[in-house]
Write a protein that binds this ligand. Structure first.
Ligand code: ADP
Length: 774
């Protein structure tokens, strides 16, 4: 329930309303300037809330013809205070968001609303636009195509400089990564994150939370290991060679021994077999944890497209990290695409944790309360509906076999359809929509099918779904963020009927499905038909299936119910554990990313390294070299100098081998200092040299960091196979990730020295300094 504090604030807003209503249009829109002034003078956004909310309510009424209901105001307050607000579909979340967005935009800091797809971002920015415009607040859609004649970054900057931005989670994520890849301060386009509202927050923060957004760069050398590994895993036997548990699979000791014999190698987990190990792990995943038409589809063009398994939607352009995509392509025997290095990556989880003020809304978020609190430290506020819910949710019906389940479900659809009531059949997979569709065709019932293969028609199909006599068959995707209105005369027939087939992966998906019916106090009903053969059930308990389904064994209704309900819990716990382990893995990348971006930003902003430090780093390099080569030959020293410090060769070290260590060091030191002096003399001013060092350092950091991101991604795959070696994968990952970070730091130091000593400066057209790197 929404707490008392929220109601108290609601009361204050209501008290402000009469005075605000009495204002002329001009006075009303003039309020924005006044609020901004007060904030400039030190007033907090919280202190302005009652009056500011009253102003937006009045503007919404005058400009859009809609005045936010009390429940919406309550929701708005919750969003301002960083709650995750549970509000049903159709309650008017779009209007609700105008209240906190306006208030937070007054601070002059970045204020963003994240929607589930491009269409909604565009639509909401456009529909709410006039209110903001009236109030003197700029708003932009972040997903709009670029205008001609503008550079990409200039275009993006214009978007992010708006007071309020409506965008999608993926656009925001990619923009964030791009913004941290720019090579000069002027190219940055994003303001520092401040306030965000996430629409359909449970989907973004839970279901898609662990999905990494990856920016790819230069292609990796294509390996033929995919095919070799692919064939290898088809020769394995479950339980003997590998163990499979929900979303993970690993080789047993026996499997490892077999792999070593098969590939004729020693030590499958040794560093020298890193690549082979990685490919085998990928092939195992592709074969045993990913299912065609459930996790991905193969398009007519022979491309693999991933499916979002909670909604059945195709995720366009989304590639799995670290080569799993290629492993799937090999498994499906389609053209293997180029595997690119990942240059930058972030999960949604970490993206949204970057916001100092984050809030969200969804029709189904209370069910995930505990986990959201644990991972995001966020509380849920359940906002009551404007009109009481009339929908009747029937108790689930349980069946032993899929055959009985489908027969009954289709009978129910027919019965309702004959009265003219619109029916929406929801299934969890594409394959199931096809089954239902066939059954309906047999009974000669016309219907539309909505699944990942025809999402293009979504808006049209949804629009018709509430009309008399319409039957729609859909995967879980229908309606996230769009609501189904009832046609004329449909309310009298009982409103929309939702028939759910099959246990879904988690309770939120089922509640989303039921929520398609009964919007804003409409009549409606929902009923689920579940069986022991549902994917969600069989994924957990194949043993159970063997015992009951195949044989003619009797099973009591109560037992059946307990079995099926139990499996959903197990599934949810597993998903939660999966998300937790991503959090654990990701902590490392997050910490390293934060450090690197900090250093990078300082350099971008004009910070540079002191000359003294460069000399010191150069000397550290020499010392490392001398440690590795205690008695270097003249040739070795010269090689080192050529590679790191100077293109000009000096044969001063001819008798290095016979020189005393101390003497040699002194000589080298003198030499390094001379080289450095020669270098610095090429610059006309201290400033110029500083700029040169800055560019050289930036380049060194970027190169090394790109490698590191890529390495950490691959590492995750490799360690996930370690469960067999009786080692804790997360622990091993953290250790190796730490070690690799230290190694990276050394590489950076070495490269800074190399770039500074061996780089050549020149000047671009605009007179800006450029460096030709060694
Ligand atoms: P949600 O995102 O919560 O599913 P929407 O924001 O799409 O809901 O709004 C659903 C419909 O309700 C929209 O057509 C909107 O115009 C209407 N609506 C929302 N709030 C109000 C209001 N206070 N008064 C009148 N109509 C409203």
């Amino acid at each position: 329930m929404a707490n008392r504090k929220l109601y108290r604030i609601l009361k204050k807003i209501k008290q402000e309303q009469p005075a605000v209503r009495a204002l002329s249009d001009e006075e009303l829109s003039g309020k924005t300037g006044e609020f901004r002034m007060r904030i400039a003078q030190g007033a907090s956004a919280d202190s302005l809330l009652p009056e500011a909310f009253a102003v937006v309510c009045e503007a919404d009424r005058r400009i859009l013809g809609m005045e936010p209901y009390d429940c919406q105001i309550l929701g708005g307050v919750a969003l301002h205070y960083g709650y995750l607000a549970e509000m049903n579909t159709g309650e008017g979340k779009t209007l609700t968001a105008t209240l906190p967005l306006y208030l937070n935009a007054l601070t002059g800091k970045s204020t963003i609303l994240v929607t589930a797809n491009d269409y909604l971002a565009e639509r909401d920015a456009k529909e709410m636009g006039p209110v903001y415009e009236f109030l003197g607040i700029t708003v932009r859609s972040g997903v709009r195509q670029e205008e001609e004649g503008k550079t990409h970054n200039a275009w993006k900057r214009q978007i992010y400089n708006a007071d309020i931005v409506y965008t999608t989670h993926s656009t925001l994520g990619f923009d964030y990564l791009m913004n941290n890849l720019v090579s000069s301060a002027e190219d940055r386009f994003m303001r520092e994150f401040y306030y965000v509202i996430i629409d359909e927050a449970d989907m973004v923060l839970m279901d898609a939370a662990t999905m990494p957004l990856v920016i790819s760069g230069a292609p990796r050398v294509q390996s033929n290991l995919y095919e070799i590994a692919d064939f290898f895993v088809t020769t394995l036997q479950e339980d003997r060679d590998y163990i499979k548990e929900e979303n993970s699979v690993w080789l047993t000791d026996e499997g490892v021994a077999y792999a070593e014999r098969y590939f004729r190698i020693n030590g499958f987990y040794e560093a020298e077999n890193f690549e082979l190990n990685r490919h085998v792990t990928l092939a195992l995943k592709a074969h045993f944890t990913m299912e065609r038409n459930k996790d991905y589809v193969v398009t007519e063009k022979g491309e693999i497209s991933l499916l979002d398994n909670s909604t059945g939607r195709v995720l366009p352009g989304m590639k799995l990290r670290g080569g799993i995509h290629q492993a799937l392509e090999t498994k499906e025997k389609v053209q293997v695409t180029q595997e690119n290095r990942s240059v930058a990556s972030i999960t949604y989880q970490n993206l949204f944790l970057l916001f100092p003020r984050m809030s969200g809304m969804s029709g189904t978020i209370a069910d995930a309360k505990r986990e959201l609190r644990k991972i995001y430290k966020k509380k849920v506020a359940v906002i009551p509906p404007h009109k009481p819910l009339q929908r009747v949710d029937q108790k689930d019906l349980f069946f032993k076999t899929a055959e009985q389940q489908y027969e009954e479900a289709v009978r129910e659809v027919l019965e309702r359809h004959e009265t003219g009531q619109p029916v929406l059949v929801m299934t969890s997979t594409i394959a199931d929509t096809q089954l239902v569709s066939h059954a309906l065709i047999e009974k000669q019932v016309p219907h539309s099918v909505l699944n990942a293969n025809n999402a293009y028609w979504e808006a049209q199909i949804i629009k018709e779904a509430g009309q008399k006599g319409i039957v729609t068959v859909s995967t879980g995707m229908a309606g996230r963020g769009t609501d189904i209105r009832l046609g004329d005369g449909v309310a009298e027939l009982g409103g929309l009927a939702v028939i759910g087939i099959g246990r879904m992966g988690n309770i939120r998906v089922e509640r989303q499905a039921r929520g398609r019916a009964g919007r804003q106090g409409d009549p409606g009903c929902s009923q689920f038909f579940v069986s022991l053969e549902d994917d969600a059930v069989s994924a957990v308990g194949e043993k159970v299936l063997e015992r009951y389904v195949d044989k003619d064994r009797r099973i009591s209704k109560g037992h059946l119910r307990r079995l099926i309900n139990g499996t959903q819990k197990v599934q949810e716990e597993r998903s939660a554990a999966g998300r937790q382990s991503t959090v654990d893995y990701d902590k490392v990348l997050k910490r390293q990313r934060t450090m690197m971006y900090d250093v990078r930003n300082r350099l971008l902003d004009g910070g540079s390294l002191e000359q003294q430090l460069i000399l010191q780093l150069a000397w550290e390099g020499v010392e490392r070299f001398l440690k590795e080569h205690p008695h270097p030959a003249a040739g070795e020293i010269n090689r080192y100098m050529l590679d790191n410090l100077s293109y000009r060769l000096d044969n001063r070290f001819l008798n290095a081998r016979h020189m005393k260590k101390k003497m040699l060091k002194k000589k080298i030191r003198f030499y390094v200092e001379t080289v450095w002096k020669r270098k610095t003399e090429l610059f006309s001013s201290e400033e110029e040299l500083r700029e040169y060092i800055r560019l050289c350092s930036l380049r060194a950091i970027d190169n090394a960091w790109v490698e590191q991101v890529d390495y950490l991604q691959q590492l995750q795959y490799v360690v996930s196979g370690l469960a067999a070696a009786q080692r804790n994968p997360v622990f091993e990952y953290h250790r190796e990730a730490y070690d690799s970070f230290i190694r990276m730091e050394n590489v950076i130091k070495k490269d800074i020295v190399r770039n500074v000593f061996l780089g050549q400066k020149s000047y671009g057209k605009a007179g800006e300094m450029q460096v030709l790197f060694p």
